[in-house]
Design a protein. Structure first.
Lengths: 566, 41
């Protein structure tokens, strides 16, 4: 149960955001005001809005847990991002600004035809609508599980209260609240990292914590993905090669063609301000993710000196306790706790002197055994019928609620809500803009006034908000949500990027050729993932984009559409 | 040309400079991370 002081901090933070969002809601009652904030925002607000849109609650819950279980190598996922920012600044952005677009997909009708625009916008609505539902339920599951809250009410608050200011204030309210949310998130993460070091035993410092994590194989920041036989492992999820190449395509597609991001930097007051926002995002992203992962490393080091559960999701333990695997699970847990005790004893014994080579080997073996036992416990949980035995997302939040001082717990829960609201608000605004601009205005025969368009856009924002909360309520019974949200984007982004690359660089390709190439590429990406069960999902972005680029000229030759001079 | 739609990058005179800056920062980060990996691993 939460302490009263934590409740006060949490409610105060959430109320402040809603009131601030409503205060900043005053905007022109037309489409330009509602979706582009009248293009008046400075670059630093654009930067915070871009960052706040990308970093959802999952980022702050999952990334430290990822470092705890798998190490720092996840940071490589972002290595392709900085270069992608510059490419977008040089190619996509000037054209988006020049054509005075509301959505990125409008450009595809100018360049190709209406069906290609509709198809691409539909892919966006499909992927963003579903992933927003998942990004509501994923943090809700963790929060409700650890605090004992009702999952449906948690979903409603996690995805519902932000609708108040998002519907009212549109893009302007989204950007300004993201600024305040960022301050709360940064403060929360800094304090969590500070307390993880402060709670270490006397005489154990920051560098000792890193050394401990290194012995356990958690400081694997750079990995090549090449195995001992010298072959590259294509199913390896995070390594230098997939991070630079796959990550570049993912970031290029996400920031260049996903309306939830395009809609953020189109709010800037000039082309220069949009570019500054994107460039700065490229420069700060890798260090920021490194620091978030480092927090997880410090939590890992903390638990080397303190007893910790074998699985941080208490529902997994509860399920095993009432299953036929109870005794087996207890034995695994006892063995794990013994290994942990041995680790702690060895670390304390070597404190203040250089660790001996034989002690280092013994330590590495103990960490290896402890990891194996955690894996064995998860396997038993899966056998007992637990859908998601992986506790990666529960580790950081569990640490916060168990070990941080009163008041700070409330702030960090607020941080999870803030991160969630920032990305969901931007997603709702972009879903509404794509629905209004790419579908309603295209397929409606009526002519609307600016005021009418503004009202309809607000209704679409509300409707998408309700849709995402409903999707979240149904998604609570699904399995691995975190994996789903990561893979979902990669299933569609490659194809969407391919369409845009053809639009920009292959001037002779016409609408029919790119449309059918995109359809084929999307089917092939789905085949590779769902039928061939390919796990290196970052490569799906490369496959989708390259397929569209390669197939389009072939399709153009087959359809024999006469090339007309513009 | 309209100033809003020009190709002038912010801060530097050419986009090539931004490509160099971004790649240099990335290479420095990777080198630093590699050293940390080797030192603590």
């Amino acid at each position: 149960m939460l302490h009263t002081a934590d409740w006060v901090v949490l409610i105060a933070a959430l109320t402040t955001i809603i009131l601030y969002g409503l205060y900043k809601s005053r905007t022109s009652r037309n489409l330009d005001g509602y979706f582009r904030s009248n293009r008046q925002l400075p670059w630093y607000l654009v930067l915070l809005s871009i960052m706040g849109t990308q970093a959802s609650a999952i980022t702050f819950l999952s990334a430290p847990g990822q470092a705890f279980t798998d190490g720092m190598r996840f940071v490589q996922y972002y290595f392709g991002l900085p270069l992608a920012m510059i490419v977008i600044c040089v190619t996509f952005l000037p054209l988006f600004k020049k054509l005075n677009l509301f959505t990125a997909y409008e450009y595809l009708e100018t360049r190709f035809d209406r069906k290609t625009r509709t198809f691409t916008s539909l892919l966006f609505l499909l992927s963003r609508g579903l992933s927003t539902g998942i990004s509501i339920v994923a943090p809700s599951l963790v929060v409700s599980s650890i605090l004992g809250w009702d999952i449906y009410w948690t979903n409603a608050i996690m995805g519902g209260l932000l609708i108040i200011y998002t519907v009212t204030g549109g893009a302007k309210a989204v950007a300004y609240t993201q600024q305040l949310q960022f301050i709360i998130i940064a403060a929360g993460m800094f304090l969590a990292g500070y307390y993880a070091v402060k709670l270490l035993p006397a005489g154990i410092g920051f560098s000792d914590a890193l050394s401990t994590a290194g012995d356990a194989g958690r400081m694997n920041i750079i990995t090549t993905g090449i195995n001992k036989e010298g072959h590259y492992n294509w199913n390896d999820k995070f390594n230098l090669i997939s991070g630079v190449i796959g990550g570049f395509f993912l970031a290029w597609s996400y920031f260049g063609t996903d309306q939830s991001q395009v809609g953020r930097y189109l709010t800037a007051k000039s082309l220069r301000e949009s570019r500054m926002g994107l460039i700065m995002n490229g420069l700060v992203k890798v260090p920021m993710q490194f620091l978030i992962l480092l927090t997880g490393i410090l939590v890992f080091a903390f638990y080397n000196y303190q007893p910790g559960p074998i699985n941080f999701n208490s529902q997994v333990t509860a399920k095993l306790e009432s299953s036929p695997f109870r005794e087996e699970a207890q034995q695994v847990n006892i063995a794990y706790q013994q290994k942990k005790e041995n680790i702690s004893r060895l670390l304390q014994a070597s404190n203040g002197r250089n660790i001996l080579p034989e002690e280092k080997i013994a330590m590495k073996n103990l960490y290896h055994d402890a990891d194996s036992l955690r894996g064995a416990y998860r396997t038993l949980a899966t056998k007992a019928g637990v859908k998601t035995a992986d506790d990666t997302n529960y580790i950081f939040f569990s640490f916060i609620t168990r070990h941080l001082p009163v008041g700070l717990v409330g702030l960090l829960i607020a941080m999870i809500f803030m991160a969630s609201w920032g990305s969901i608000a931007a997603a709702l605004n972009s879903l509404a803009s794509a629905t209004m601009i790419d579908f309603h205005k295209q397929y409606s025969s009526r002519t609307y006034t600016g005021e009418e368009e503004y009202r309809i856009s607000r209704l679409y924002t509300l409707a998408w908000g309700v849709f995402c909360i409903l999707a979240a309520q149904f998604a609570t019974s699904l399995g691995s949500l975190i994996v789903a949200v990561n893979v979902l984007g990669s299933l569609f982004y490659g194809t969407i990027l391919g369409i845009f690359i053809v639009a920009f660089y292959l001037k002779k390709i016409k609408g029919d050729a790119v449309f059918f190439s995109a359809l084929l590429a999307e089917l092939f990406v789905c085949y590779v993932y769902f039928v061939l069960h390919f796990e290196g999902f970052l490569w799906l972005n490369v496959i989708g984009a390259l397929l569209v680029v390669i197939l389009s000229p072939l399709m153009q030759a087959l359809t024999r559409t006469p090339v007309k001079e513009k | 040309m309209n100033r809003e739609h020009n190709d002038q990058p912010p801060i530097f005179p050419k986009w090539l400079h931004w490509y160099i800056v971004v790649l240099a920062v990335l290479v420095i980060e990777i080198a630093l991370f590699y050293l940390i990996t080797k030192k603590t691993g």
